[in-house]
Design a protein around this ligand. Structure first.
Ligand code: 5GP
Ligand code: MN
Length: 336
């Protein structure tokens, strides 16, 4: 798969091109890190490149090299749209369904540029001219590393290494999820040799909480409910609770994982009310064989990976909780 992809990509990049790189909406460390790393690489190879993100992302990502050059569609729609329309190549990174870029979906669909997917989620859609899609990969950053490594390793530098280190670290839960392979560690070792500072990156991402965020975590944990006789917990956050802690984008990142720190719990869910968008954003995490990707797809119009997925509900909080409990009851055999 990667051989064909590299061959196609080399042909596409044979002449200087206008390229756009798009991470998914609400970009995380992997989506933004991989997009910025690929941008740096392509620019060093003589192409004109912009990263266009559908919307803003958490401030703990805003130290990433060249982050300030990202065009945000939510802030400058005309500029972002014009650039996408002019592009020869449109890379979509860390997602595989155009619905994940929401407001940009139809702009990208109708754009003349060739679409190129690099992604590690399940069930890829068929919109790309060619794709590198591999669900065994820890992260899209690991995949972008492979791409640069196979096309021109002399281009690696400290900025690219820092971006890639960030995404591999965040998507592997700091190198502990089962997707972390010997190859992942070898790549990380190489990125450190190039100059990525692991301790500093870890601190910038994980130890930069505001006081309010830690208070919000306290509220979330006090809302934690265990479903009786089931290895399942869920947490909720209402708009009022978010407001009371001056909620900022990214503040709830990672909260759902606390459910899995409980002995014998293998499935954790968080439901977060978004009054503006009239929906409840749901995040699912599991340990072992229980697929939250299947669960999210079946019950909450979502998807993701086997052990980390997301979805949404357009019901109110109480009805969403009831629907969640009913769904858990339906899959209870698979949770044993
Ligand atoms: P999170 O819970 O952190 O938002 O997302 C967990 C994983 O599921 C990520 O890999 C993310 O890309 C994916 N994901 C989150 N929300 C959705 C969704 O609504 N649809 C799909 N297909 N994937 C999602
Ligand atoms: Mn990812």
């Amino acid at each position: 798969m990667i051989d064909d992809f590299i061959q196609n990509l080399k042909e596409s990049l044979a002449k200087p091109k206008k390229a756009i790189i798009i991470p998914h909406r609400n970009a995380d460390g992997d989506a933004l890190g991989s997009s910025l790393a690929l941008k740096l690489f392509l620019r060093q190879k003589g192409h004109e490149v912009h990263v266009v993100s559908p919307n803003d992302y958490p401030s703990f990502l805003k130290w990433l090299p060249r982050e300030s050059e990202v065009l945000k569609y939510s802030r400058t729609p005309k500029l972002a749209r014009d650039n996408i329309r002019k592009a020869d190549l449109i890379f979509t990174l860390d997602f595989n369904s155009l619905s994940r870029i929401e407001d940009l979906t139809s702009i990208v669909k109708n754009a003349r540029g060739d679409k190129i997917m690099i992604d590690h989620h399940e069930d890829p859609e068929d919109y790309a001219l060619f794709k590198y899609s591999d669900t065994s990969m820890s992260s899209t950053c690991e995949m972008v590393y492979n791409v640069i490594n196979l096309i021109d390793q002399t281009q690696f530098n400290i900025e690219i290494a820092s971006c890639l280190y960030t995404g591999i670290m965040t998507d592997t839960g700091s190198f502990r999820y089962p997707s972390t392979t010997p190859k992942t560690h070898k790549i990380i070792a190489h990125l450190i040799e190039i100059g990525a500072n692991g301790a500093e990156i870890h601190q910038k991402i994980y130890d930069s909480s505001s006081f309010n965020r830690l208070k919000l975590l306290g509220i979330t944990l006090s809302n934690l409910i265990k479903i009786p006789n089931c290895p399942v917990v869920y947490m909720t956050l209402s708009q009022n609770e978010l407001k009371s802690c001056g909620f900022k984008k990214g503040d709830t990142e990672g909260f759902v994982n606390y459910g899995l720190t409980l002995k014998d719990v293998i499935f954790s869910c968080i439901m977060i009310q978004n009054e503006n968008e009239g929906k409840i954003k749901m995040s699912f995490r599991s340990q072992g064989d229980f697929s939250v990707n299947d669960f999210a797809k079946t019950y909450f119009s979502g998807g993701g990976h086997n052990n980390a997925a997301g979805g949404m509900s357009f019901d109110n909080m109480q009805d969403t909780i009831e629907r969640f409990k009913k769904a858990v009851n339906e899959v209870s055999l698979r949770l044993k």
